[in-house]
Design a protein around this ligand. Structure first.
Ligand SMILES: NC(=O)c1ccc[n+]([C@@H]2O[C@H](COP(=O)([O-])OP(=O)(O)OC[C@H]3O[C@@H](n4cnc5c(N)ncnc54)[C@H](OP(=O)(O)O)[C@@H]3O)[C@@H](O)[C@H]2O)c1
Length: 359
């Protein structure tokens, strides 16, 4: 019998949290018991909680009525297996609850990956049900595990947005403006756009994060939110919005006017501001959902076509990320609670990455 401990949040008040314990039943045929070793926590996970009902993130790892388990990315070790081809001791990368243990039901097991076939997850986006066997993953390096947990889920989104914009000929634009330019997903995108060339990469960020963003070297121009007027509206521009603030989106759309070629809504990192619900001037913002683009590219490029492409860019990004990211570890329920509260309040500096464990 295995005792599992989970960190849960109140679905109607994300600041209210608790730690629950329960005993897992013995494994059934085809099941796998994993011990969650470590996971990253960023604004992306806060957005999972905020959109838990609308996008469905609460459904991955069910919790008692009124509570939710926020999904996180990280590593777990197989401790018991009743699944052919997977043995205890194996290390797996994927989507976990903030808990000590999880039972999966692997299917489509290959040397590189498997898919969780737990019934309640089948209607959810396939990208989240894919688990990578680290021994068969071209993107994995043991010494980069923290960076992988912290950056790779976001880097895949960065990769997919860069790929999407290039595929669309940048909608005729030669400038890309990113809000929340200090966010990890934005940094990954700026890195890829800068490497690709052909468009000026502009970062919009908070006054306090300007120096950090300017020092990254992948934005050609960095402006505080209060300096938007200094951005010349002299050429066709794509806006990629990670902040999700209605006020900022209105200002950017108004400022760029007819030069706004495309408005890509990606994130909601500014959780303390009004959400963009009312119509904005100019082109209509289009929500970019990484799992949808991933599904399209899986069809275009075939099985196994995405991973090597992402891995190639990822291995270029990691040395750059090592230069600016400091990892802060925390273990145990109290440390997880403290780190969560800090992330929820937007108090984690952009050059710090939280890697946590409930064990
Ligand atoms: N649509 C998709 O498929 C998809 C995929 C991946 C990520 N995303 C979204 O992209 C956003 C960024 O995620 P991330 O993990 O890259 O972020 P992160 O690295 O944790 O960055 C957080 C940044 O958000 C800004 N911020 C302002 N107020 C904040 C607050 N109250 N709490 C937290 N952050 C605040 C700050 O940037 P500034 O000072 O620069 O504004 C801060 O540096 C999230 O909303 C995430 O869900 C969407």
């Amino acid at each position: 019998m295995t005792l599992t401990r989970s960190f849960v949040v109140a679905r109607n008040d994300l600041a209210r949290t608790d730690t629950l314990e329960h005993t897992l039943p013995p494994l059934g045929d085809g099941e796998l018991l994993l011990k969650v070793d470590c996971f990253a926590f960023t604004a992306n996970n806060v957005t999972y909680a905020e959109t838990g009902d609308s996008i469905g993130y609460w459904q991955f790892f069910p919790a008692p009525e009124g509570w939710g388990q926020i999904p996180v990315w990280g590593f777990a070790d197989v401790v018991e297996s009743r699944c052919e081809g997977l043995a205890p001791g194996e290390r797996i990368y994927g989507f976990w609850p903030m808990a000590t243990h999880l039972v999966l039901r692997p299917q489509r097991v290959t040397d590189a990956s498997f898919v969780d076939a737990t019934p309640h997850r089948q209607a959810l986006p396939a990208a989240y049900n894919l688990y990578l066997r680290t021994a068969g993953d071209p993107g994995y390096r043991r010494e980069d595990e923290d960076l992988q947990a912290l950056l790779r889920p976001m880097f895949i989104t960065s990769f997919l947005i860069d790929d999407f914009l290039a595929d669309e000929g940048f909608f005729g634009a030669t400038r890309v403006v990113l809000s929340s330019a200090s966010a990890k997903t934005a940094i990954g995108l700026a890195f890829l756009l800068h490497r690709r060339g052909g468009a000026e990469v502009v970062g919009l960020t908070s006054a306090g994060n300007r120096g950090f963003v300017a020092g990254l070297g992948c934005y050609q121009r960095v402006l505080g939110y209060d300096q938007l007027a200094e951005l010349p509206a002299d050429r066709a521009t794509v806006y990629v919005d990670f902040a999700g603030s209605a006020t900022l989106r209105q200002q950017v759309h108004e400022h760029l006017g007819d030069q706004l070629a495309y408005s890509c809504a990606v994130g909601l990192s500014h959780r303390d501001t009004a959400r963009a619900k009312s119509p904005v001037p100019g082109v209509k913002p289009i929500f970019f959902f990484a799992p949808d683009r991933l599904r399209k590219r899986a069809q275009d490029w075939g099985r196994g076509g995405i991973e090597p492409r992402v891995a190639e860019q990822w291995h270029r990004f990691v040395p750059m990320a090592r230069g600016w990211l400091t990892v802060r570890h925390g273990a145990g329920a109290a440390a997880v609670q403290a780190a969560y509260a800090q992330a929820l309040a937007g108090q984690v500096p952009p050059d710090v990455g939280l890697v946590l464990s409930m064990a």
